[in-house]
Design a protein around this ligand. Structure first.
Ligand SMILES: [Zn+2]
Ligand SMILES: [Zn+2]
Length: 821
């Protein structure tokens, strides 16, 4: 069950959740909750202009605000920012680690705007959302960011603001959540107006686009036509002696209209007697902010500013702090907030001017459903005043949209350019949104790459499953060569905060701060065989083995270009390799092989051959010298171990020759010994006959010493000849007492050769030097000899390989023949 639970969790984690807490199928109270891989982000926190108090807020209860990592505000409009103080001060957002971000101009204007908002909402109702001090306290905690600045919220969550046009400071947010990219547009415009730049298409392709749809499929007039119609309309109202009411929001479009009117007035001296009022104290304060952020505006404004022609110092516009100071006589142009005429100066003037048909109101922005700005557009005969009175409506009503939102053409082109696979429509009334979705659906119908369109309602979470493309950026030295189709790249893949890079191992430290280290493994193996044997085995297993020396000059065999095998001392091999999964495997196999060499029958055979083999052996002179030195050192060693050491001779028995041979004392190995002896065995004609001992006679006399015929296969020798005398006296001479061992030595088949006799545990043991064969009477003796020290070379293994050990004096006695296998 636990497994099921975790797999469900894993599936959920890979779903992007988008939930509209406001602005889902409506305009107003923008608030979009985005969650992916445990990261929670909220874009915008606005109020609904048609409602007051708590009901104007987004559906905040849908979210545990303490889990929100980042709250991003696109611009200062109330429907995007006015709920922020409430969230920061009145929810558990303050218990979490979440931060609030907006651009510098937005933060600057937001403060003044919110003071105004607090003042107006306090005056109008007792359902106050928050007061000025709360607003200021939270304002100080807002992090101001720059356009195009990548802000890392935490590992795996980052965002970048891009220009959105619309109003000063407005931005889109390109949010990277664990490698998934979401572009949230907020309100945006693609038309460069008098002061703002147009919205940018971010340089990277997002997976999801959350896009405003305010105007649905409507087309807005081209700017120049619209401006001409606007100024002409104002001019005509003035000519007929009327007053022009322009309900606007304090900031945003108001500044654009002021620039337009100031320009028009300059060009029309006949209008200079007609005042233009801007009824907002706030606007004056904010004008300094506009002047501060001229560098974020378009080229037109910056050029004028550089000519010391400050476009925001209007020549024909006067500020009006309050209506008390307004002398209402004759034609004028009055820009007044709020734009929706729900209350405030714009509403007061509307009520005052509505009955006079010479007057006119021009709605210049998007009017939200349920507001006076929307109601008046239906040309009602009367309007309801704030005090409930009915007032006849005779003034002219016109709608010329200067609202800086995209129309269908601009929006669909932008959506095309962004190329997101998932497009979520927000900030639009149901009718406009549905129209836009239908239009986009038919636009994308039949395209190879499917575009998914969504229009979620408020509090109706949308889940989009994602398997984000794992793309890795190639950097460093690897990026110097241009990539080619089908060409593989070799490098290290480094994953950090859900992003992946591929780089050359040498670049690792520079680009990632990570280091590399090489682990050299070393293992010692005790082994008694010679170098050649080791090589022979390695070659058998791995094919060619490289031979050389290491830095210290130690002979080294390199296996599979990976494992070095060295012999720093006799009896000891050292394996060295750079640790890695595959190298360790090769090393393991080499160790296993080396440990098996001692007991491998092939070793025995090979080692035996080694001495007879021409190309593996030294030249005869060298060999003699080596052998002599070896015998000396061996006897010294044996003496150290066993005390007394006696040099003797063994062998010399042929089938034809039954005469006794003297045992030579204190004589070093005599190479002539072999020459003096008859070389050929009787039966096979070969010197070394493995078969001879094993085909030994079945009936050796029970109490007699080993008979000559025990070694002869032809049976021609006398069956019970007496033991030969160690003094090499002829058979007829009276023989001194001969020990069983001596008797045995004398009866060893083959040429006469040197041997060493030692006493081990009171028992005599003879070691024949030519091939280091052991001649022993007792099993215990040979065993303890083998245990007590190693005879080298060849190894003790070889010595005890044969069946020499089952020896009783009166039984058959054999030595190992050098060819036995
Ligand atoms: Zn806006
Ligand atoms: Zn908006």
């Amino acid at each position: 069950m636990a497994g099921q639970g975790s797999s469900t969790a894993a599936m959920e984690e890979d779903k992007l959740r988008i939930e509209m807490l406001g602005a889902g199928q409506e305009v107003g109270r923008s608030c979009c909750f985005i969650s992916f891989k445990g990261f929670n982000i909220v874009c915008d926190a606005g109020v609904h202009p048609a409602y007051t108090g708590l009901s104007a807020l987004p559906f905040l209860d849908q979210v545990d605000w303490s889990t929100v990592d980042a709250l991003l505000i696109t611009h200062f409009h109330l429907d995007h920012a006015a709920a922020l103080t409430y969230i920061m001060e009145k929810t558990n957002f303050r218990d979490g680690k979440g931060k609030v971000y907006m651009t510098h101009p937005t933060k600057a204007i937001y403060r003044f705007l919110m003071s105004d908002f607090v003042r107006i909402s306090n005056a109008g109702s007792d359902r106050m959302l928050f007061d000025e001090s709360e607003m200021l306290a939270s304002w100080r905690q807002i992090e101001a960011v720059d356009y195009h600045q990548e802000v890392v919220v935490s590992g795996g969550l980052r965002f970048t603001p891009y220009h959105a046009g619309h109003v000063l400071g407005a931005c889109m947010f390109l949010i990277d959540i664990a490698g998934l990219r979401v572009l949230y547009t907020g309100d945006y415009s693609r038309e460069e107006d008098r002061h703002l730049v147009q919205a940018e298409v971010p340089p990277v392709r997002p997976d999801v686009l959350i896009c405003e749809s305010t105007y649905g499929t409507q087309s807005l007039e081209p700017r120049l036509e619209k401006e001409m119609r606007f100024t002409a309309l104002i001019h005509s109202i003035i000519k007929r002696g009327g007053r022009v009411l322009l309900p606007v929001f304090v900031l945003g479009r108001a500044q654009e209209l002021l620039l337009l009117l100031d320009e028009y007035w300059s060009a029309h001296p006949e209008l200079h007697t007609v005042p233009i009022y801007y009824a907002s104290s706030l606007a004056r304060k904010c004008m300094s902010i506009y002047q501060t952020y001229i560098h974020t505006m378009n080229q037109h404004i910056r050029t004028r500013f550089n000519r010391r022609d400050n476009p925001f110092v209007f020549k024909h516009v006067s500020n009006l702090r309050s209506l008390d100071k307004f002398e209402d006589k004759g034609p004028c142009v009055m820009m007044a907030s709020p734009g929706f005429m729900q209350s405030g100066i714009s509403r007061e003037l509307l009520e005052r001017w509505a009955p006079d048909k010479r007057n006119g109101v021009i709605v210049s922005g998007y009017s939200v459903e349920g507001t006076m700005a929307r109601d008046i557009l239906s040309d009602p005969d009367e309007i309801i005043a704030m005090n409930g009175q009915r007032i006849p409506r005779r003034l002219s009503v016109d709608y010329i949209s200067f609202s800086a939102h995209v129309d269908y053409t601009q929006n669909s082109h932008f959506i095309d350019e962004v190329r997101a696979k998932h497009v979520v429509l927000v900030h639009g009334e149901l009718k406009n949104m549905s129209g836009l979705r239908a239009a986009l659906q038919s636009r994308y119908h039949g395209r190879a790459e499917e575009v998914h369109l969504y229009m979620p309602r408020n509090c109706d979470p949308l889940f989009i499953p994602f398997r984000p493309d794992r793309t890795a950026k190639v950097i460093g030295a690897l990026a110097e060569k241009p990539a080619a189709e089908g060409k593989a790249i070799n490098g290290l893949l480094v994953a950090k905060d859900f992003s992946y890079t591929v780089l050359a191992p040498e670049d690792l430290a520079e680009f990632t701060g990570l280091g590399t280290s090489v682990i050299v493994q070393r293992q010692r193996v005790a082994l008694n065989v010679g170098w050649e044997v080791v090589r022979w085995h390695l070659e058998g297993m791995y094919g060619t083995v490289q031979e050389g020396v290491d830095v210290q000059g130690v002979k080294t065999l390199r296996v599979m270009n990976v494992v070095d095998i060295k012999q720093p001392r006799t009896h000891e091999l050292v394996l060295e390799w750079v640790s890695s999964v595959s190298n360790d495997m090769v090393a393991d196999s080499a160790v296993a092989l080396l440990l098996g060499i001692d007991s491998c029958p092939a070793t025995v055979k090979m080692t035996m051959h080694d001495h007879a083999c021409a190309h593996a052996s030294p030249k005869p002179d060298e060999r003699r010298e080596q052998h002599f030195a070896f015998v000396e050192s061996l006897s010294a060693l044996l003496e150290a171990h066993f005390g007394q050491v006696e040099m003797i001779e063994v062998g010399g028995m042929t089938d034809a020759e039954s005469e006794a041979r003297p045992l030579l004392s204190n004589t070093p190995a005599n190479t002539d010994a072999g020459a003096r002896a008859s070389p050929a065995p009787p039966a096979t004609g070969e010197q070394h006959t493995p078969d001879a001992p094993t085909e030994a006679p079945a009936e050796a006399p029970a109490e007699a010493p080993l008979a000559h015929d025990a070694w002869a296969t032809d049976g021609s020798a006398a069956p019970a000849s007496p033991p030969r005398s160690p003094t090499a006296s002829p058979p007829h001479s009276p023989a001194p007492a001969v020990s069983p061992l001596e008797a045995l030595c004398n009866r060893i088949y083959g040429p006469l050769r040197a041997a060493i006799k030692v006493e081990l545990d009171g028992e005599p043991v003879v070691i024949e030097l030519e091939h280091l064969r052991l001649v022993s009477m007792m099993r215990t003796t040979s065993q303890s000899l083998s245990d007590s020290f190693h005879l080298i070379p060849p190894s003790s293994t070889m010595l005890f390989q044969g069946e020499h050990s089952e020896v009783e004096l009166d039984e058959k006695i054999r030595t190992i023949d050098s060819d036995s296998s």
